[in-house]
Design a protein around this ligand. Structure first.
Ligand SMILES: [Zn+2]
Length: 414
């Protein structure tokens, strides 16, 4: 961790910053480096003064003069600005560069392609596709296969590899849809691998979306789900069109898996407690950008209060908004359910993997519900290893992220 010391006559060199009005706040950041802070209009003005080359003392005096408040202090803002990597130099001396916070690989989609994908004509075509698919499904033109029909229609390994392949392709397409919508809004995006709680995910880093007005963010947030809806509709229409041509079991299996993969991708987005697309739509709508971290702080505060108090000092309850408390309740329930489900899934999978290949048969012999052969177990083993490896790598990368800390001269008037 680097340490920066500042006193009141220091002048800061800041990276080129972008200021975006967001309701009663101003979002200030360095686009391309995924570093943004939310501040008041006075805070934004303070950053502008520092950008003009005023020293910390001069900027503080100027702010106190223009606002008529003698209590204004730059200290909290400076802590945010330095730890967010806004400061490139102090008195002309360069600071060690903080690595870019954005995750993944940059995606450069041609703006013409992005504009075409989200044009009025495209919207009309997607609408037509979805209405047609709904008509096919509702009039009984194609019956959605049940999950058990799909599971019974294929070997475990075949189904596992097929689901993994289609799931991967659909996730990549989902994230590319976000990137295309971002490119249309003039924002750079990246695609990488991360995790949501215990689930590895392909994700689009859309941090630079903070440079766009709130109303223009909705299409970018929902583009992935809209693309899933289009895939789901296309699967229904192809299944309906090919069903008439006779029995095609393998195509039926592929379309059935595609349907459920696209559907589960949409349903997954409603797990707002792990910051999925619906979470960002929700926070943008209510204007609470840090709902998730506020809720986690609130949960941690409640847990601390439940622990035995040390020397009669009971931690005070964390102050959070009503929305953060409601979200905290939903998140606590969501995390608890996910933890139990994961434990159950891992234990039963390991139990299946450890069971002998040849099962005792005959009357009185105990057989597990599903007997898997060697290729099935290989698919399950690879799946579990990839899951653990990806989540582990993602957590490790977050923990080893470089940070900068700030040391401010005590007693100075800034
Ligand atoms: Zn998404």
């Amino acid at each position: 961790m680097s340490l920066v010391s500042l006193d009141c006559d220091d002048r800061l060199g800041l990276y080129p910053l972008v200021f975006t009005k967001d309701r009663d706040k101003v979002i200030v950041g360095v686009p391309g480096r995924a570093r943004f802070i939310s501040t008041s209009s006075t805070g934004a003005e303070a950053i502008r003064l520092l950008q003009k080359g005023l020293s910390l003392r001069e900027a503080t005096d100027e702010l106190r003069r223009t606002t008529g408040s003698d209590t204004i202090s730059l200290r909290p803002l400076l802590r945010q600005a330095v730890s967010s990597g806004f400061v490139a130099s102090v008195n002309g001396e360069s600071l060690p560069e903080i690595p870019c916070d954005a995750h993944g690989w940059p995606v450069h989609l041609p703006v013409r392609l992005a504009n075409g994908l989200f044009s009025r004509y495209s919207a009309f075509a997607y609408g037509l596709l979805i209405v047609f698919a709904a008509a096919v499904a509702l009039t009984g033109g194609w019956r959605i296969p049940s999950l058990s029909e799909i599971v019974m229609g294929a070997k475990y390994a075949q189904l596992a590899w097929l689901t993994a392949l289609i799931g991967l392709a659909n996730s990549l397409k989902h994230e590319l849809a976000h990137c295309a919508a971002a490119a249309r809004a003039g924002v750079a995006a990246r695609i990488g691998i991360g995790h949501r709680f215990v689930f590895p995910v392909i994700q689009a880093d859309l941090t630079d979306l903070w440079t766009v007005a709130p109303a223009r963010r909705y299409l970018v947030y929902s583009a992935g789900m809209l693309s899933d809806l289009a895939v789901l509709a296309a699967a229904v229409i192809v299944a309906w069109a090919t069903a008439a041509a006779g029995r095609q079991n393998s195509l039926r299996l592929v379309l059935g898996v595609t349907f459920f993969v696209a559907l589960s991708q949409i349903v997954w987005q409603f797990n707002a407690f792990v910051r999925t697309d619906v979470y960002f739509i929700l926070t943008n709508a209510i204007g609470q950008r840090n709902l998730h971290s506020d809720a986690l702080r609130a949960i941690a505060g409640v847990l601390k209060r439940c622990l035995p108090a040390g020397r009669g000092q009971r931690p005070r309850i964390v102050r959070a908004s009503k929305a953060a408390w409601i979200y905290a309740g939903a998140a606590a329930a969501g995390y608890a359910i996910c933890t139990l489900w994961t434990l159950y899934f891992v234990v039963t999978s390991l139990h299946t993997l450890a069971a002998p290949l040849t099962q005792p048969s005959g009357v009185g012999g105990r057989r597990p519900a599903i007997v898997l052969d060697a290729s099935d177990r290989l698919a399950m083993g690879v799946g579990l290893a990839c899951w653990g490896g990806l989540v582990g790598a993602s957590v490790w990368r977050e923990k080893t992220r470089k940070r900068v800390s700030l040391k401010l001269a005590e007693g100075e008037a800034f």
